[in-house]
Design a protein around this ligand. Structure first.
Ligand code: IPM
Ligand code: MN
Length: 356
């Protein structure tokens, strides 16, 4: 039998991105050897440094090359010397939109041994997934301004919601909820009491799609109330589906329930195309080059990538290794507080997998 083979586009990116991606690649190499599949890595130099040198964000030929790969493994995009929006829109959002990665998937799972600010809540209470629409809403870039810089300035930023875009995202969430070993409950997060056009479309679509999933319990929560519930009773959630902007906000809040950015990974998914996997912590300029950033978020992004590619055994062993290291080895999960360096944490995970 021929070995399965995957071409992975690697974008280490800015700040601590390259440091954490290096640890993720170490882990990917060891699991691919152990589980008998082949990974070929193609590295692309994109990000703030590349932009400063060349003025390029994501050139067409790079985008075309990436289209030919099976998945993308991304470190971080963001540079203190580049104005906000340039790299985010020019690279990260462009990849999401061009590759039509219409779901942003953010698992929120508290592993044993990880400290969080909530008292009286533990791993049995915090295990849910946020399905964030990833190609529309306020992120679509619709709007404009008039009389900029004058006292009569007008700024308009519109949220675009299409029936097709909303429906495919909701459908994905129902399917995921059915597959998942959870409470089989899908919560729609919106703001139907104020955003009466956009979330009317979301709510009607949600109810219609729900007809095909009688095995899934459904629930609706306004986004403001959801922020409260997430802290007060996180056990209430199994899968949450929401629009792009609300999803962005609630997943940073949710990250705190699992220990913060050091352990939080996300996937940008096109179920029929090329998906992209990333730690969601950003480029963390103040920790750059110090070998103190936590690589576990990037390693969990690699795990999500393998799971999505169908390499479930390899994905499972990575999760087991992460759980062991979090519970038995690390003193903390924040940068500089692990009791180990970035590369030592990667080594601990590799050692566990090799011995397993
Ligand atoms: C995220 C990030 C991005 C977003 C930024 C960097 C554009 O915050 O992936 O959540 O807002 O989507
Ligand atoms: Mn965000």
């Amino acid at each position: 039998m021929t070995q399965k083979q995957y071409d992975i586009a690697v974008i280490p990116g800015d700040g601590t991105g390259p440091e954490v991606i290096a640890e993720g690649l170490k882990v990917l190499n060891v699991v691919s050897r152990k589980y008998g599949f082949q990974l070929s890595f193609y590295t692309y130099d994109l990000g703030g440094e590349h932009f400063k040198k060349t003025g390029e964000t994501l050139p067409d030929e790079v985008l075309e090359a990436i289209r030919g790969r099976h998945a993308i493994y991304l470190g971080a995009i963001g540079h203190p010397e580049v104005p906000p929006g340039v790299l985010e829109k020019g690279i990260l959002l462009k990849l999401r939109f061009e590759l039509d990665q219409y779901v942003n998937l953010r698992p929120v799972k508290l592993y044993p041994g990880v400290e969080i600010p909530l008292k009286d809540k533990g791993p049995e209470d915090i295990d849910f997934v946020v399905v964030r629409e990833n190609t529309e809403g306020l992120y679509a870039g619709a709007g404009g301004c008039l009389r900029r810089g004058t006292p009569q300035e007008v700024a308009i930023q519109e949220s675009i919601n299409t029936r097709m875009g909303v429906e495919r995202c909701i459908r994905y969430a129902f399917e995921l909820c059915r597959r998942r070993n959870g409470a089989k409950k899908l919560t729609l997060c919106g703001k139907t009491n104020v955003l009466t056009y956009a979330f009317d479309l979301w709510e009607r679509t949600f109810k219609e799609v729900a007809q095909a999933y009688p095995d899934i319990e459904t629930d609706y929560v306004h986004v403001d109330a959801l922020c409260m519930w997430m802290i007060k009773n996180p056990e209430r959630f199994d899968v949450i589906v929401t629009d792009n902007m609300f999803g962005d906000i609630i997943t940073d809040l949710a990250a705190i329930l699992q220990g913060g950015m050091g352990v939080t990974a996300g996937a940008n998914i096109n179920p029929e195309g090329i998906s992209m996997f990333e730690p969601i912590g950003g480029s963390a300029p103040k920790y750059t080059g110090k070998n103190i950033i936590n690589p576990i978020a990037a390693i969990l992004a690699a795990q999500l990538m393998l799971e999505t590619l169908g390499e479930t055994d390899a994905a499972q062993i990575i999760e087991k290794a992460v759980m062991k290291v979090l519970q038995e080895d690390l003193k903390g999960v924040a940068a500089g507080q692990m009791g180990y360096s970035t590369s030592e944490v990667g080594d601990l995970i590799v050692d566990f997998i090799e011995a397993a």
